[in-house]
Design a protein around this ligand. Structure first.
Ligand code: PAP
Length: 337
């Protein structure tokens, strides 16, 4: 299929020669990539070590060729279902805490995806970086791309943009992904069986997988460049949300002042972004996304718990996944405990 067919707003955008070149590269590269069956979309493609949908692949190529990072850019980076929605909300409310009243906050009216823009998604919709280019600084952006596929102009030493990454126990990630995939599957398809999804997750063939390689890419980057990449775990944020909020604020160089501490602003942020509060906002209960996909904001708020996998995975499956995790993480200095 020609790249131009993918870009839904192409008629509004006149691509110059630079963009035409990227579209052509995409058209050339796609047929050469090993495919795998997706969980809801037709196919995933193995590109530079990761399984990407055509959506993510195009996004990555367009980003690489056309995105101009700014030193003030803040990127929420995640493998899907590790806490993207939550981290978007936390980062937005930390960075903008002087601009909004907690009693009348944008997060009460908008889903975090409308406040922290999904890079490869926005670029896919426009077929260009024009929307992202038009955002005022500091830009709050998010990506699911693995660190190795993020443009070098964002990750190398000359760039000051910062990444806040969150990961999560792969057993919970898998269960969350499986539920989500079944929401996204076409109505005329049966739900994807847990065993089938499990098999492909273990082999690494899920969106932006292998999961472990995604985590390790950001883990290593956080060790090598601690000022550029902050690495968080979902379970730690659940356990000690206030500490994590302070950590993110310090990393972003907007630490809480003693006055803010005395006014309990950290606790306000934790409350505002909590699963209970966010999942009860009208916008997150009902609104359907304007993305052409059969998902609504409520699909991003399922249980928000640590350890829900126990209700779905057999002990054998859990052990198999733990073993893969142990093997993959051996010698890296990282674990999910
Ligand atoms: P995405 O990567 O596709 O954008 P993401 O937000 O990471 O999705 O995943 C949703 C998960 O985060 C859900 O987990 P579950 O399926 O295990 O329940 C969702 O419930 C959880 N989640 C969403 N908001 C919050 C929050 N405020 N606090 C804790 N967990 C949350």
């Amino acid at each position: 299929m020609e790249a131009s067919k993918f870009f839904s707003r192409m008629e509004e955008f006149e691509p110059d020669e630079g963009y035409q070149k990227t579209y052509r590269s995409f058209d050339e590269v796609l047929p050469s990539l090993p495919p795998s069956k997706g969980w809801w979309l037709d196919q995933l493609f193995h590109y530079q070590g990761f399984w990407l949908s055509t959506f993510a692949l195009r996004g990555s190529m367009l980003l690489n060729d056309h995105f101009k990072p700014r030193p003030t850019d803040i990127i929420v980076a995640t493998s899907p279902k590790c806490g993207t929605t939550w981290l978007r909300a936390l980062v937005f409310s930390i960075v903008n805490r002087h601009s909004f009243d907690f009693s009348d906050h944008p997060l009460s009216k908008m889903n975090p995806q409308e406040l922290v823009f999904f890079l490869e998604g926005a670029i896919y919709i426009d077929g260009s970086t024009s929307f992202i280019d038009g955002l005022p600084s500091p830009r709050l952006l998010s990506t699911h791309l693995p660190y190795s596929l993020v443009p070098k102009s964002m990750t190398d030493d000359t760039s000051d943009c910062r990444f806040v990454y969150i990961c999560r126990d792969p057993k919970d990630v898998f269960i969350s992904k499986w539920h989500f995939a079944n929401k996204l599957r076409a109505k005329d398809l049966p739900p994807i069986a847990l065993e089938e999804a499990f098999d492909s997750f273990c082999k690494g063939a899920s969106h932006y997988g292998p999961f472990w390689d995604h985590v390790l890419g950001y883990w290593k980057a956080s060790l090598e460049s601690p000022k550029k990449v902050l690495f968080l775990k979902y379970e730690d944020v659940k356990k000690q949300p206030s500490d994590c909020v302070r950590k993110v604020a310090e990393f972003l160089e907007v630490p809480f002042s003693p006055e803010e501490e005395s006014k309990e602003i950290v606790e306000e942020i934790v409350k505002l972004c909590s699963f209970e509060n966010m999942s009860n906002q009208e916008v997150n209960k009902n609104a359907t996304r304007n993305s052409g996909r059969p998902i609504s904001n409520s699909d991003f708020f399922r249980k928000g718990e640590v350890g829900d996998w126990v209700n779905h995975l057999s002990p054998q499956m859990a052990e198999a996944l733990d073993q893969i995790t142990e093997q993959k993480l051996q010698g890296t200095g990282f674990n999910f405990r």
